[in-house]
Each structure stands twice: as C-alpha cells, then as structure tokens.
Design a protein around this ligand. Structure first.
Ligand code: VGL
Ligand code: ZN
Length: 215
C-alpha cells in the first residue's frame, strides 16, 4: 500500500475550484459542494505544499449556454476543439460567485492557477485547456518545485477534478484523489464514469482520515 504520509518536499495538496458558484445556491451548484470545505481545511496543516485553481471566465464566455442560440444549460455543442457541455453563466471574473468560499483557508495556498479566462475555449483541468494541448504552466511550475505527487481535492469531481487528475497522470505525476474532499455535479452518470476512468488511468483513491492518520 502506498505511503500516504505527506512528504514535505514532494507532495502537493491541490484544491480545485472551491468557489461560491459551485456551492449550494451558486450558479452551477454542486450538491453538497460546501461539505468539502472543512474536510480540506483539516488537511491543510498536513501539507507543506498547497495550491488552488480558480475558474475565471470573462462575461460572455463561450462555455455559457447563454451564448448559444437555442441551447439550454447542460446541453452540449461542438466547438473547434471538440464537444463542450454548455453551462449556466458562472465564475465571472471578479464576481462574488467566482470568489473562494469564505471558510476555505485560502491563506494556506502558495499559488492560485486561474483558468478559463480565454473567451473561445473552456478549461477544466489545472494543466491544460479543453483542447488538451494549451498548457496552463502548472506542470512546469510543479516540476521546478520538485513536486512528484499530487493529492487532489475540490469541485467538481466529474469535471475539473477529473480532468486535473487525468492530466496530472499524463504529465507523469502520481495522483491521489481524496474522495471525501470532493463532490460531483453528476450529469447522466458522469460521477461513476469519472471514478472508473480515473481508476483505469492509475489515479489512486484514499480519504482524508487515512491521510491524517498517516501524517
Ligand atoms: C467546472 C464546469 C464548468 C468545475 C468549471 O469546476 O468542475 N465545471 N466550469
Ligand atoms: Zn467554468
């Protein structure tokens, strides 16, 4: 079994999109999304390396259903880079919905990667935009810092967490999903599909209790 003890140099806690629009009452709410906030806060002191992502769209972003005549949120459309789910307007730069949940101890984060800021392309993953090839710069940053293993938490399990975990593997990092520190949107079985694919691609799974016991 993998040693879950967080290593001071090589392990990173990554917190994905812990923003109001993904919490209950938000524009793109994840059921019980806010439940992960205290779980993540409890993990923070166990890690010497912590970073966050922040979904950060300009008004009129092309991933918004409002920009597509005749389309409703959660339908899909074809973009130049492939199929794209269309979302309610969310995480608009500078808005309250784009802000981090106030109870999340953001001060513990050493970096914040903003993503989805180009109008023409969405960006779920912390590593690549949705064309799968435009980098955010995160893998180079982490490699220069000597990070080799990433513990992934945050929202939403079946979109930004999922793509971040898979791209982390693709970039050669060890990836461990902290299952109770994440929550899913779950569109048409997307939660189970994401869990299966992550397992298939070598993403390990654990829970916060096991990490804290090992710390
Ligand atoms: C997300 C859909 C659109 C996420 C972001 O954080 O999972 N999902 N934008
Ligand atoms: Zn988004």
């Amino acid at each position: 079994m993998t040693d879950l003890t967080p290593h001071p140099l090589h392990d990173l806690l990554l917190v994905v999109d812990l923003q109001y629009d993904f919490c209950p009452g938000g524009a793109l709410e994840v059921p019980e999304g806010d439940r992960v906030v205290p779980v993540i806060n409890r993990l923070l002191p166990a890690f010497d390396n912590v970073g966050a992502t922040q979904d950060w769209h300009p008004a009129g972003h092309s991933s918004f259903a409002s920009q597509h005549e005749g389309k409703a949120p959660f339908e899909t459309t074809s973009m130049y880079y492939g199929t794209q789910v269309l979302w309610p307007d969310h995480c608009i730069q500078g808005s309250q919905g784009a802000a981090f949940h106030k109870d999340f101890q953001l001060d513990a984060c050493q970096f914040i990667v903003r993503k989805g800021f180009r109008r023409a392309i969405d960006s779920y993953s912390a590593f690549y935009e949705n064309d799968g090839e435009t980098p955010t710069g995160l893998s180079g940053y982490l490699r220069e810092r000597g990070i080799t293993r990433i513990f992934v938490t945050g929202l939403a399990l079946d979109f930004c967490v999922f793509y971040s975990a898979l791209d982390g593997r693709r970039e050669g990092f060890e990836v461990i999903l902290v299952t109770d520190a994440t929550a899913a949107i779950d569109l048409d079985g997307s939660k189970d599909a994401a869990l299966w694919e992550m397992q298939d691609k070598g993403v390990q799974m654990t829970d916060s209790k096991s990490i804290l016991q090992a710390a």
